[in-house]
Write a protein that binds this ligand. Structure first.
Ligand code: SF4
Ligand code: SF4
Length: 65
């Protein structure tokens, strides 16, 4: 399951360098995660590296349905 970025994103760019898969990029109005690239950081880190660096906590790991 990928991380999603909600519309509160302030486009601060903090999360982008944390991603080992280059899955985060600017979208139409705010940053977005490419669901085809996000692996939840599996193989790199124990937990998603992007979520803790977001200053406004607008990144969420979508749990398995
Ligand atoms: S969880 Fe990991 S792979 Fe997915 S967007 Fe965040 S930093 Fe990138
Ligand atoms: S760190 Fe959070 S607020 Fe900053 S660009 Fe990433 S998702 Fe948006």
């Amino acid at each position: 399951m990928p991380v999603v970025i909600d519309s509160d994103c302030i486009n601060c760019d903090m999360c982008v360098p944390e991603c080992p898969n280059d899955a985060i990029a600017m979208g139409k109005e705010h940053y977005v995660v490419d669901v085809n690239k996000c692996t939840e950081c599996e193989g790199f880190y124990d937990e998603p590296a992007c979520i803790p660096v977001c200053p406004i906590e607008c990144m969420t790991l979508i749990p398995d349905a």
